[in-house]
Write a protein that binds this ligand. Sequence first.
Ligand SMILES: CC(C)(COP(=O)(O)OP(=O)(O)OC[C@H]1O[C@@H](n2cnc3c(N)ncnc32)[C@H](O)[C@@H]1OP(=O)(O)O)[C@@H](O)C(=O)NCCC(=O)NCCS
Length: 136
Amino acid sequence: MRRYLLRPMLAAAASRYDEDDHPEAIHLGAFADLGGGEELVGVVSFLPRTEQGELSTEVFQLQGMVTLPAVRHKGIGTKLADYGIAILIDGGATSVWCNGRTPARSFYERLGFQAVGKEFITPGTGPHYRFVRDLS
Ligand SMILES: CC(C)(COP(=O)(O)OP(=O)(O)OC[C@H]1O[C@@H](n2cnc3c(N)ncnc32)[C@H](O)[C@@H]1OP(=O)(O)O)[C@@H](O)C(=O)NCCC(=O)NCCS
């Protein structure tokens, strides 16, 4: 889902994150039956990484947030992100951040994130903001 829905124009390696296999990384999937049996319809990951790119036990980056177009606007993305953030809070995390696509700004703001700084362009995936949510 990361590769084909988020970065179809980039090589497969761009959809693999450095901390994917870290023991503190959290990978969540949502499943639903769209008529052909239960299938993966949404994913999100939380990686133990500060905004400066250092490994951390308290600060996590939300990354790879995507749902299938057929299931959007039904609350699945919100449930996935909320579920992961609840796990982070239980584990004592102090903040969560992401580089979120500008069209998803209202989605992140509803989740309690605030945009920080100026909009920036990421090659291949367009305009983004840095979003941060304090969990402490
Ligand atoms: C961003 C994304 C993950 C949201 O997933 P989703 O499953 O549609 O998420 P939700 O349904 O929880 O929320 C999406 C919108 O639907 C609305 N919504 C939630 N439940 C709803 C319902 N039952 N009926 C109608 N609308 C609803 C929410 O208010 C939200 O609106 P907003 O974006 O204007 O704030 C999805 O649109 C996506 O994959 N986009 C493409 C990839 C992308 O941009 N990912 C983010 C990368 S940074």
